[in-house]
Write a protein of this length. Structure first.
Length: 518
């Protein structure tokens, strides 16, 4: 007897999408939390009475969307009042109190004698007149005239700031506070013995091991420390701009490649000690969390950590992990902790690109992949590069106003070299007596990468600045590609998806050419 195959249900994807929709609506229309909470209660009551009908699931997703919008409204109550134009910017002599939410990064001035520290602060209160008021949201802080050897703050440290409140650096960005000198950035709590201080101390010790034998090559050392430990502020402006123009800046984001490399190395160590694979997650997850915390806990790193945790802990509960559901669970958890993360470019790029990669792989027939290891790796790398480009091209055009077709080819060169650099770098960190050997190996790979970047950057038409496309282009392109790789199975459906994708591309071209309306 033949039984029809039941469709695979992934409710976590629906929950994550509902949260994204709810937060997007709340941020776009500035809806107050009170009415949204009433809507959520009405939808919950309707879902309870209609739970056995088809519309019951949609009502549950509506409840999730409404509650997500409420959380976003509550978390940004104070910040919205400033963005609505109630105050005239800039505001001199502004004081603020909050917690540092990112690892401070140092950027030197042209004279090389001083520079500025950049970081973000979760606000508790602000003072622009003579009265302190409760204030939510975040600030982009720039401490001017500081030295690299004198960090002005640490992650999760509570600080008092005084400076000039300015307009956001880019659209949908946070307000900026320009602080003139480290004397106007004062720690309010001693964090020398905190967990994040411990992470930063380990990070500093690991950075010293990467310096062995590399001090005469500062440019290559900066790339090595950025790839392994996330010290992106040390990369020279010229190198940074070259990676940005070619669309390959993503390799410096601590993500799945970095977390996966550490997991593989540590898993090998535990296997040599006879640890069962079932218990790998119990030991690996805390170590991976320690690394992610030390490198700044960015959206891409948190996404990789949550997905790795799901896969490592699944055997302990005799469960089989599902990749799309793991991605959705990671996105939902991050948005639950910080609803404002949806407005972060890093969040959109991280989940957008990894989602497209998984989506494209799900439609690739297995017989397309060669059976030999080398051929399988090359074909998989080409598919990954194509899938990542399908998501990154419209996103980089929308957020950065740049189109870099050379990135499709550049990934084939940069990704394998990045893997080799990470392997050598982590072996240097783990085996300090022979760090110099692994550092020299990293030096060779980095030199090849940088020379390749110079060659790619000099190719005519490899990268070009374009006008920012309409939001409709982004939605139409992503919607058509998602339709092609998830629903289109018949010839007619495929033609329809390709036609919509072509319309999105034409819309983008007309907009870049300055045609009215487009």
């Amino acid at each position: 007897m033949h039984f029809p195959k039941r469709p695979l249900r992934r409710p976590m994807i629906g929950i994550a999408v509902s949260m994204v929709v709810g937060i997007s609506i709340a941020s776009s229309f500035k809806l107050p939390p009170g009415p949204l909470l009433c809507v959520a209660l009405v939808l919950w009551v309707a879902a309870f009475f209609l739970r056995n009908r088809r519309c019951g699931s949609l009502l549950v997703f509506g409840v999730v969307a409404s509650l997500s919008a409420v959380c976003f409204g509550v978390s940004t109550v104070g910040k919205n009042s400033l963005e609505n134009g109630n105050v005239q910017l800039p505001i001199p002599r502004t004081e603020a109190v909050g917690h540092v939410s990112t690892n401070p990064r140092y950027y030197p001035f042209k004279n090389k004698k001083s520079g500025m520290w950049l970081f973000r602060v979760r606000l508790e209160g602000m003072k622009s007149t003579n009265v302190w008021i409760k204030q939510g949201g975040e600030l982009d802080v720039r401490v001017m005239g500081s030295l690299r050897s004198d960090p002005v703050a640490e992650k999760e440290q509570r600080v008092w700031l005084r400076g000039e409140l300015e307009e956001p650096y880019r659209e949908n960005g946070s307000l900026r506070l320009r602080v003139y000198g480290p004397d106007c950035c004062v720690s309010l709590v001693d964090t020398r013995h905190s967990f994040f201080a411990l992470c930063q101390n380990w990070r500093s010790e690991a950075a010293k091991r990467l310096e062995v034998g590399m001090k005469t090559h500062p440019g290559e050392l900066a790339v090595l420390r950025a790839l392994v430990l996330g010290y992106r502020g040390e990369i020279s402006a010229e190198t940074y701009a070259r990676f940005q123009r070619t669309g390959l800046l993503h390799i410096f984001a601590i993500s799945g490649l970095h977390v996966g490399m550490i997991g593989i190395l540590l898993a090998g160590v535990m296997k040599s000690f006879g640890v069962s694979r079932v218990w790998f997650g119990v030991y690996l997850v805390p170590l991976l969390f320690f690394y992610v915390a030390a490198t700044g806990m960015t959206e891409s790193a948190l996404r990789a950590l949550i997905m790795a945790s799901v896969f490592l802990l699944a055997p302990l509960f005799r469960a089989k992990p599902d990749v799309p559901s793991s991605i959705a669970f990671a996105a939902a958890l991050i948005l639950l902790i910080n609803p404002y993360a949806l407005k972060s470019i890093g969040f959109v790029l991280s989940f957008g690109i990894v989602g497209f990669i998984v989506m494209v792989y799900s439609r690739i027939p297995l017989h397309w992949l060669p059976r030999n290891a080398v051929g399988n790796y090359v074909v998989s790398l080409m598919i990954t590069s194509l899938a990542a480009s399908l998501a990154s091209f419209p996103l980089t055009m929308y957020y950065f106003g740049r189109f870099s077709p050379i990135g499709l080819v550049g990934n084939l060169l940069v990704v394998p070299l990045t893997f080799c650099i990470l392997l050598s770098g982590w072996l240097s960190v783990l085996f300090s007596p022979v760090s110099v050997i692994f550092n020299y190996a990293s030096l060779v790979f980095i030199k090849v990468m940088l020379k390749g970047m110079v060659f790619l950057d000099q190719i005519p038409g490899s990268s070009m600045e374009v006008s920012r496309p309409h939001i409709g282009v982004l939605l139409l392109w992503c919607g058509s590609v998602i339709y092609l790789f998830t629903h289109a199975s018949r010839r007619r459906q495929i033609i329809k998806g390709v036609a919509f994708a072509g319309c999105a591309a034409l819309w983008a071209v007309l907009g870049c050419c300055g045609v009215p309306f487009f």
